[in-house]
Design a protein around this ligand. Sequence first.
Ligand SMILES: Cc1ncc(COP(=O)(O)O)c(C=O)c1O
Length: 395
Amino acid sequence: MDAPSRPHARLRPEMDALEESKIVEVWQLGLGRQDLIRLWVGESDVVTPPFIRQAAAAALEAGHTFYSYKRGEPELRETLAAYINRLHGTPARPRPVASDRITVTSAGMNGLMLVMECLIEAGDELVAVTPVWPNIFAAARILGGVPKPVTLDLTDRGWSLDLDKLFAACGPRTKAMFVNSPGNPSGWMLTEAQQRAILEFCRRRGIWLIADEVYDRFVYDRAVAPSFLSIAEPDDDLIVVNSFSKAWAMTGWRMGWLVTSHRFGEVIGKTVEFNTSGTPPFLQHAGVVAVRDGEPFVKEMVERCRVGRDLVHQALSASPRVRMVRPEASIYAFFKVDGVTDTVQFCKDILTRAGVGLAPGEAFGPGGESCVRLCFATSAPKLSEAMERLMPMLR
Ligand SMILES: Cc1ncc(COP(=O)(O)O)c(C=O)c1O
């Protein structure tokens, strides 16, 4: 006999309304299948290299297992500051970032959520360039924020941002602007001139600027993507999010960092206490080794992605139904397929019939219609096999 129905204790309405990611909806269909080529999430098939794994094992063995600094081990913050300054220092600003502006987080996602917790009140608007990684809007919504998408335009030369459109989307309730460059899923990248204009606008309007630079190493025609850190002042209301996940193949480690003003960093440090209370110290020891000694590995990763990008671009360009501009950055091909209106169903069909896991474009908000995302950070033989399986479904 059924139990008599009784009223349930209530969730916050924001949690009742929280939708499952459409990427997960497709992913679940593939659970338990061994024959799939998995190109749906943003990671490569490379295991974290041995020198980083060994550093973590040694730190664990040495007993680095206690509660530690909320904002990260001083050695890791110093190492990150030196790394950032090497990448983003300019003749005018050789050392733009001091270690007191860095907070180590339990990966990029945790960094973003900490930022949202500090900034977003119910009804606050978050203006964001789309198509965008769906977790951004979800994080704002959990706090009662209201996402305001500003869509990139797809031109023959690639995705392009109309700054007037971006600025026009900012109103009196706009609390923060979110820009992810190089972009997931689009592979688009801001120019330094655009960054200057955006920073200037946010200063003038008193809007927080959240810059997600997680893919800054994955550029194919220059050494590193332009960063807001090269042009900003130390006390700007700028938050730069980064992660160990992509460049050092450490997605499962859950380690990242934020660069903020010193003042806001102190607020973030208090917030860390009530979330994770800090990132595991033995992981942070390995983080020091990754950043200090990992440059040859990062270059290998970028080369692997360059090969993957070119392979995928060449194969897909042969289909008259596919519209794809070769991405200048990131680890993703994001292409339109003629005649596809329901991208979730399309990805499910591809999964079932071709055994290739792709992410549906509509998961990424406005601009993602008719599109599919493929992560090309995987080995060339696997990508070639995926292309062979995919092409018959794209004719
Ligand atoms: C744009 C963007 N930002 C942040 C992240 C967060 O990565 P993680 O939480 O693994 O550091 C991702 C992951 O795919 C991403 O695509």
